[in-house]
Design a binder for this molecule. Structure first.
Ligand code: GDP
Ligand code: GDP
Length: 459
């Protein structure tokens, strides 16, 4: 399959306007030289840029420097023209503090004749000193200037807003292509499902593990995250729904503990087991005892799992001897949704470790849960949802000043993490934050996994 290239954005401008500083800001590393002397940036530099989750290649041109700063030097111009050919967008940088110079006007004239879309960037716009230059730059005939401070990282959200309509789709396509390439060996990248079973003493953890493994026991370890109190067990589970053979790595803390005849208080131990298991596992199954119901200790263990960002599910064991089964199930469902509101609707499955009932369903759900825990939503889809969510329920305007939410990006997976950019975020009510989190969970397929959202002002 043909790889889709990231969009390319070229930085153009006369010397000393802050091109290298902007390049560094976008690439995030000190690659280009920055100096007060004009003409330091002699060569073109390319770097992988990221702007609020949008990736592109940024090119810092040699600029337009010459001994005579008021002419457009042919050699530089040629080099820039060559760069421009591959570019999807150009950022034309001016110095808002210095105002518009004849050379700026000459470059602007030349740029207007080119086919590449141009974003006019008025740099050094921090504070009041840049205001005049910012307005003056409208005269260049390149549309609305984007006021930024490359040095202080201001105006980055606006820059994103200006570039997104031009290169967003291409960036998205490149991202999707890269993701597709990676997903072709998805199982390999995810590896065996790392699963842990935790729960209070006598919930049936050992019985469950024995039932799962049968004779098919393969002991491994020790390895990272597993202490001498625990063992890892690798085995292959055949999904009866798909016939697929899937690898599972199970951590067994309870079995070892029993063998070691530890005399510590059992209650304390189950929490210690959970802690160990959580270090190791992607998905944690909290096992309840149908004859005991859900207790405070269970919620404590569940909370610990979620705090660590692991995917959590609950299985009610001993279903073979459960009384008033449907009332029990509904009662536990309601208590979980109440006590663990941040993962409302988490998978809840009735099982019997003794008979094996429900265990395939439990494992199938565990794989599905890992999938959403590891999922990445493309930036475009994410922002489409975001725009709809803001339109359906706009953020409030405390004291008449509207809180501006600009865009959202997924910063990470396992667990899914999101960053929302905007202004006046300190005034955003918690209820609105919850509205967004609930939307991410229900509309973007992150039900039942712990989702983290951070608010960030671009300043
Ligand atoms: P280039 O020649 O266009 O690549 O410009 P540089 O990136 O080398 O920057 C030239 C000078 O402007 C340096 O002294 C930078 O520190 C300064 N500079 C860059 N960006 C800003 C900014 O946003 N605000 C202010 N006040 N100075 C900046
Ligand atoms: P652990 O402390 O969580 O490892 O629990 P065990 O696996 O040792 O089980 C505790 C007790 O519950 C044992 O007597 C098991 O036989 C019993 N038990 C476990 N699972 C089931 C089940 O599904 N049904 C029934 N009826 N009893 C079970």
């Amino acid at each position: 399959m043909q790889a889709i290239m990231k969009p390319q954005v070229i930085i153009i401008g006369r010397p000393n306007v802050g091109k290298s500083t902007l390049f560094n800001r976008l690439v995030g590393k000190k690659l280009a030289l920055v100096d007060d002397q004009p003409g330091v940036t002699r060569d073109r530099r390319m770097g992988d840029a990221e702007l609020a989750g949008m990736s592109f290649t940024v090119v810092d041109t040699a600029g337009w420097e010459d001994e005579d700063p008021d002419t457009l030097p042919g050699r530089m111009r040629m080099q820039t023209e060559v760069s421009l050919e591959g570019a999807d967008a150009a950022m034309f940088v001016i110095d808002a503090r210095a105002g518009i110079t004849p050379l700026d006007e000459e470059i602007a004239r030349w740029l207007r004749e080119q086919e590449v879309p141009v974003v006019l960037v008025a740099n050094k716009a921090e504070g009041k000193a840049g205001e005049a230059g910012l307005y003056e730059s409208y005269s260049l005939g390149l549309g609305e200037p984007i006021g930024v401070s490359a040095e202080h990282g201001e105006g980055i959200a606006d820059l994103f807003g200006a570039l997104w309509p031009i290169i967003g789709a291409k960036s998205e396509a490149a991202e999707a292509a890269a993701e597709f390439a990676a997903s072709e060996d998805d199982d390999e990248t995810l590896g065996p499902l790392k699963l842990a079973i935790v729960g209070r003493p006598n919930a049936g953890k050992s019985t469950l593990i024995n039932q799962l493994l049968g004779e098919d026991r393969l002991l491994t370890g020790p390895e990272a995250g597993i202490t001498r109190d625990s063992i890892a067990i690798d085995w292959n589970w055949t999904d009866p729904k798909t016939g697929e053979n899937r690898e599972i790595r199970l951590i067994d803390t309870a079995g070892m503990r029993k063998k070691a005849r530890v005399v510590e208080k059992l209650e304390k131990l189950s929490v210690a087991d959970a802690r160990r298991a959580v270090d190791f596992a992607e998905v944690v199954v909290l096992l309840l005892d149908a004859t005991q119901g859900l207790e405070h200790q269970d919620l404590k263990i569940a909370d610990l799992v979620l705090q660590e960002g692991r995917a959590l599910m609950v299985a009610i064991n001993k279903w073979d001897i459960a009384e008033d089964a449907s009332a029990l199930f509904n009662g536990i469902r309601a208590a979980l949704d109440d006590g663990l509101a941040q993962v409302r609707g988490l998978p809840l499955i009735a099982v019997s470790a003794k008979t094996g009932k429900g265990l395939d369903q439990m494992l199938g759900a565990a794989f599905e849960l890992r999938e959403s825990w590891s999922k990445r939503v493309p930036t475009a889809a994410l922002n489409r949802w975001f725009d709809d969510a803001l339109e359906a329920n706009p953020p409030p305007a405390p004291k008449g000043k509207r809180i501006k939410l600009r865009y959202i990006t997924q910063a990470g997976t396992r667990p899914p993490r999101f960053v929302v950019f905007g202004t006046r975020l300190d005034m955003l009510p918690k209820s609105y934050e919850r509205y967004l989190v609930n939307g991410i969970r229900s509309k973007l397929g992150f039900e039942a996994v712990p989702v983290r959202v951070v608010l960030k002002s671009p300043k």
